[in-house]
Design a protein around this ligand. Structure first.
Ligand code: SF4
Ligand code: SF4
Ligand code: FES
Length: 420
């Protein structure tokens, strides 16, 4: 075995000559993120999430075998941002509604989102409408979540060696096709392996949805404690003047507010240093004071939401978007893939609870007008901070609020960044 010496981010590293860079870096304690890379197969080079710079040139790290004298850049500001942008493109290019996805907590792509600190994307979401193929016997393939990494194409084979998945079309139009005859031959174990191989929630096995509870999934490192550390003695800069907080729920499910209330009895301590103004917690409907901070749950789906959001911007020094719906539309944005007229017809004329022969879609000047799609808040007003999660837990929300208002030490444990 010949050992070669090379540099990663200026650090001296050594590995077996010809070893794959991803593995060689890992051996030297350096993590390069991957999605399409698989230890024992030829590099696919499809996802580009492993992009690094080799001797000053940008290239997919998983396609490189280490050689003597290589000079590799992995964690420079430029490469960190380039990889983050690639992942953001994957998120906007498909419909990644994590809170309703079976793979949440087990998903490599979601986990990378957390690792890279993605809270919202710099690119607009495309809200594509691709096939959810439920024709196979054992599996369901949701093309809206597929990143076309081709792991399944390379790795999922029947006992007699036939491929189950294949690539259809090219470039932007690429889709993953299924050979239904071959798929029918997969054993239960092989079908589950296909689901595991997929780094997203694109391949799911029928009857195996949500069998593993949240908290026990691959990336759920530990249970989240319910304690809300709140040391009043540290908060001595109020000088008797309470900080004023406003909250609102726009197009959301109220889950983030329920999470805020999870502070339980701690809320009595909070009331000594914080005063709520406009908020469903106090039931104050209109601002009666200028506020230090406004917490906003939910995105904007109608004209009323826009008005309230603008009032928050005007009346609060700092605005914080809380939860997934506020950040990019979240679950309410499921409707963005369907024309508005069809949504309204489905809701008012054809739903299970519609009256027979119903012909009327409510329309009155007092009813807020529904927007063509659900918008994240930062597309409407300037938002100062985002808190990701669905819902973010109480610890997370209060850590952010305390840091902003009282300059208290800020620390969020990894398991607190979860979509459950
Ligand atoms: S595949 Fe599912 S869990 Fe993973 S990022 Fe997409 S929606 Fe979220
Ligand atoms: S179905 Fe999954 S494994 Fe196959 S190409 Fe799409 S994301 Fe990759
Ligand atoms: S991991 Fe290298 S291109 Fe996907």
């Amino acid at each position: 075995m010949q050992t070669v010496n090379f540099k990663i981010d200026g650090r001296n590293c050594a590995a077996e000559k010809g070893k794959n860079l991803i593995e060689a870096a890992k051996q030297n304690g350096i993590f390069i993120p991957t999605l399409c890379h698989f230890k024992n197969i030829d590099p696919l080079g499809t996802c580009r999430i492993c992009s690094i710079k080799l001797n000053g040139r940008s290239i997919a790290g998983c396609t490189i075998q280490v050689e003597e004298g290589m000079d590799i850049e992995v964690n420079s500001v430029e490469m960190l941002d380039a990889r983050k942008a690639i992942l953001e493109m994957m998120f906007v290019e498909g419909n990644h509604f994590c809170p309703s996805c079976e793979k949440s907590g087990d998903c490599a792509m979601q986990n990378l989102g957390y690792e890279m600190g993605i809270r919202y994307t710099r690119f607009p979401h495309l809200f594509v409408d691709r096939l959810v193929d439920a024709r196979p016997e054992r599996i369901v393939v949701n093309q809206n979540r597929c990143i076309r990494c081709k792991r399944c194409v390379e790795e999922v084979k029947t006992n007699d060696g036939y491929a189950v998945f294949n690539s259809i079309n090219r470039g932007n139009e690429t889709l993953i096709g299924i050979d239904y005859n071959q798929e029918a031959k997969l054993s239960d174990r092989e079908a589950l392996r296909a689901m595991d191989i997929c780094p997203t929630g694109s391949i799911l096995v029928r009857g195996k949805s949500f069998v593993k509870p949240f908290g026990h999934r691959k990336y759920d490192y530990g249970q989240i404690g319910k304690t809300i550390p709140f040391d009043k003695t540290k908060i001595n800069h109020t000088n008797g003047n309470k900080k004023i907080v406003a909250t609102t729920s726009l197009a959301g499910c109220f889950g983030c507010h329920m999470s805020m209330l999870d502070v339980d009895l701690g809320i009595l301590d909070l009331f000594e240093v914080i005063e709520f103004n406009k908020s469903p917690i106090t039931d104050i409907k209109k601002f009666s004071k200028h506020c230090d901070i406004g917490l906003i749950e939910g995105g904007c789906c109608n004209t009323d939401n826009i008005e309230i959001l603008r009032a928050f911007r005007e009346n609060c020094d700092i605005l914080v978007s809380v939860g997934e719906c506020a950040i990019w539309g979240g679950l309410p944005a499921n409707r963005n893939t369907i024309p508005l007229e069809e949504c309204l017809k489905e809701a008012y004329l054809n739903s299970m609870t519609s009256e027979d022969n119903e012909t009327c879609i409510p329309n009155h000047e007092d009813i807020p007008k529904i927007l063509n799609k659900v918008y994240p808040n930062h597309e409407v007003v300037k938002i100062d901070y985002h808190i990701p999660g669905c819902p973010p837990n109480a610890n997370h929300i209060w850590s952010v609020v305390k840091n902003i208002l009282f300059n208290e030490e800020f620390s969020i444990a990894y398991p607190e960044f979860k979509y459950d």
